[in-house]
Ligand binder design. Structure first.
Ligand code: NAI
Ligand code: ISE
Length: 335
């Protein structure tokens, strides 16, 4: 196969971003069809990149003109599209979360194992970020000694109107849940969500901010501030404190200015510009591995583990007590 013919389902913000990256910056793939329930938006991006518009996502998956599928529809649609791809034996890249709960992820894992071949990659793109990779290397090289604590912040300037408490975990914290297991090479023991004083700027719709606490099996303490309406910018932080030093996620290089008796550094407005390099590497590696007839990157098992932890965090919200994470054993299929 010379060029991977990719069908994209979901042409909202990130779907369009991936489509443009594949057309303008990446090698080996071509978006040949797109689908979205918002037909107007999908037709516009289809025309922009010379792809076919197919109204029904399942028809796109079944098409013999499509080699692999990228799912970037809203979260509740992920599970069924991924299961449909597995039914057709097609490689699929699915944006996070793999499904909105662990039961949905479990169904995907079981169907993938029954098919006998790994086909799914999940969009946990922070593993591809240079800064997080440097942090992982520093831990592996024992630069800061044995990790004891991790302090994280995941801040959005603001989020849309129709937001709910659970999204704080399933849409935002899910990144840290996956990333920190990978970073620390450790499993989670117990978790809880604390509800500190809430911002008055969004009414009573959901609790913002929230704080996720995690204790790993090796005894590392993790705290993650999840603040979706911080007002000042998109701000992602991670500091790992070890026995002999501490290492922090570097901010991406941004413009520094001195002006009006002040000095400052530009902040990112959203995930799109903060992690642009990670998205590019992630999708390029997905295309390369599928062209080599292999699935790489975060697997559906990783998506399932993240979802088990997310479900436990949600169940613990505001209860002021740690809840044990019942982690299933990783099957050899995913080792
Ligand atoms: P969005 O709201 O801009 O786009 C979602 C699109 O899905 C919309 O165009 C909507 O019409 C479409 N859609 C909804 N149901 C559908 C269905 N049944 N079939 C086909 N299309 C359907 O949202 P955004 O920000 O683009 O997010 C899309 C997905 O990507 C979400 O799952 C989100 O969690 C994930 N995401 C991942 C990010 C990352 O950093 N890895 C960043 C932003 C989003
Ligand atoms: C969004 O859906 C993403 O996945 C971004 O990476 C994340 O940082 C943001 O908080 C989410 O809303």
């Amino acid at each position: 196969m010379k060029e991977l013919r990719i069908g994209v389902i979901g042409t909202g913000a990130i779907g369009k971003m991936h489509i443009r990256h594949i057309k303008n910056h990446l090698k080996g793939g071509k978006v040949t069809a797109v689908s979205d329930v918002n037909q107007e938006g999908a037709k516009a991006i289809a025309a922009e990149v010379g792809a076919e518009f197919i109204a029904d996502g399942n028809e796109l998956i079944a098409s013999d003109k499509i080699d692999a599928v990228l799912v970037a529809a809203w979260d509740p649609a992920h599970k069924d599209y991924v299961l449909e791809c597995l039914k057709h034996g097609k490689y699929v890249f699915c944006e996070k979360p793999l499904a909105i709960d662990s039961e949905g992820c479990r169904a995907i894992v079981e169907q993938e194992m029954a098919g006998g071949k790994r086909l799914v990659q999940v969009g946990f793109m922070r593993r591809y970020d240079t800064g997080y990779r440097q942090l992982k290397q520093a831990i592996q090289d024992n630069c800061i000694g044995r990790p004891l604590m991790v302090h994280c912040a995941h801040r959005n300037k603001s989020v849309g109107e129709n937001y709910e408490d659970d999204y704080v975990i399933t849409q935002c914290c899910i990144h840290e849940i996956d990333l920190l297991q990978w970073l620390l090479d450790d499993d989670y023991h117990q978790v809880q969500v604390l509800l500190p004083g809430r911002t008055s700027l969004i009414g009573e719709k959901y609790h913002d901010p929230q704080i996720a606490l995690i204790e790993t099996k090796k005894g590392i303490h993790i705290d993650i501030e999840l603040f979706n309406n911080c007002q000042f910018g998109y701000d992602i932080r991670c500091e790992v404190v070890g026995e002999t030093g501490s290492a922090s996620l570097p901010d991406p290089s941004r413009l520094q200015m001195r002006k009006d008796l002040m000095q400052g550094t530009e902040l990112c407005a959203s995930w799109e510009n903060r992690f642009i390099d990670a998205y590019l590497v992630e999708i390029q590696e997905w295309i390369d591995s599928v062209l080599n007839n292999k699935a790489g990157g975060p697997s559906s098992w990783d998506g399932y583990l993240a979802s088990v932890t997310a479900d436990t965090l949600i169940a613990s919200r505001g209860k002021k007590v740690f809840h044990p994470v019942e982690m299933p054993q990783r099957p050899d299929f995913y080792s």
